[in-house]
Design a protein around this ligand. Sequence first.
Ligand code: DX5
Ligand code: ZN
Length: 213
Amino acid sequence: MRKIFVSPSILSADCARLEQECKSLEKSGADWIHCDVMDGKFVPNISFGMPVINSLRKRIVIPLDVHLMICEPEKYVKQFAEAGANIITFHIESTDKIKQTIDIIRSCGKKVGISLKPDTPLEVLEPYRGMFDMLLIMSVEPGFGGQRFIETSLDKIRKARQLYPDVLIEVDGGINKTNAKAVVDAGADILVAGSAIMNAANRKEVIAELRKV
Ligand code: DX5
Ligand code: ZN
């Protein structure tokens, strides 16, 4: 049986208490902390940037899984690496300098993730085969937490699993205790969950349930 990782998203955390929120997630069994970076351009929402990553890196132990939803990521990935991101994921739709972005992340010694929006087909990844460690499949339109899981994502996850057997597959958006099993059965290795974990009375229980499906 393969190990499933849970990466809680802090997009819906209490930002004034981010340290306590992350420590609570760490204590509750989170494997990684998923940090959603938004620029108000690639997505119609703004969240936080490198200073937050930098402060969190000094205070928590588990890896920071940084999901960049920003235009021209090639201009910023080095700063996110220096701030302490462990895995840096950018959107294939966000730049025409994909190879360059991958190379910068790698040269900083970080893991490379590529993300696809729900309507972006897997075929666009083919030229970059062998160059990324993780594929992040969005199961909602990026920009906001608390949206409904798009069911057709399951077919995309299955297909991705077949095409890229050695790449980690992370799925992000609308994941909860009810649909996690289907997502894992389709081939996901890492489940991102924001509202399902952050709004739960018992975060530890939800994380454990998501992981054991
Ligand atoms: C959406 C973000 C997600 C989101 C997950 O753009 O990338 O990480 O916060 O939140 P839920 O689990 O509530 O969909
Ligand atoms: Zn995300």
